[in-house]
Design a protein around this ligand. Sequence first.
Ligand code: HEC
Length: 249
Amino acid sequence: MKHESIETNAGLLIVLTLIVISIGGLVEIVPLYFIDSTIEEVKVEGKDTIRPYTPLELRGRDIYQREGCYLCHSQMIRPFRDEKLRYGHYSLAAESKFDHPFQWGSKRTGPDLARVGKKYSNEWHVQHLTAPRSVVKESIMPNYPWLSRNSLQYKDIQDRMRALKMVGVPYSETKAEYEANVKRFGEDVAKNLDIINAEKNLLAQAESGNYDGKPEKLSEMDAVVAYLQVLGTMVDFSKFDEGHFAKFR
Ligand code: HEC
């Protein structure tokens, strides 16, 4: 059959196109029926190391969304060599399993932030968010001076956690849920996932972390910096062999 006869016969072209697309679809879909999960299991000494955000980090994430940081920053390191050299190990699916909505982003006007946690000091972040050009001269990032000025509103923190619980994030409300979290994440983490004590935990973390450098004030800056400092730090890749996670790709 001549190619021309296919191209000039719309009916035949449609049928053949559908066949080709179906094969492509099957190649992608069928393997999913033969694996248990597309999300990696990341356990160290029997405990999950990827955990939901603490109440303070969660408020930080909400402000990150409110300010539209995701419009310029992705949070997904792709499995390419240049990305690994610049940002570190490629992002695991498991690292965003508790993010609703996920923050992968679609555009990098600024650098990827998936592993920005612990890369800079708290002071650096405060300075940078307040006036980016005072630390990176050529930066085009906007100033966010109000983050330090605004007091952090946290009275609705329990509702925010409950909303995430509804979509599957394991924050606990009952004793049984708490016990399950202790088993899964260890006691220190489980305490921070407890909805009942959320306000108390939020205040305690802000005080001990002193993220904005002003212990007398609980500001939105405290929450945003707490959030930035945890990004990408939950998996200690030195504990896994090179290529350990490759089978999930
Ligand atoms: C208009 C685009 C834009 C927006 C919106 C934006 N940024 Fe940036 N950001 C940049 C650019 C460009 C850089 C690189 C230059 C620099 O460090 O300032 C950057 C750098 C950063 C860095 C340092 C990353 C690194 O690895 O050096 C952090 C952290 C950061 N931004 C956080 C934020 C947060 C938090 C918000 C929201 C409150 C935000 N950005 C909003 C453009 C943006």
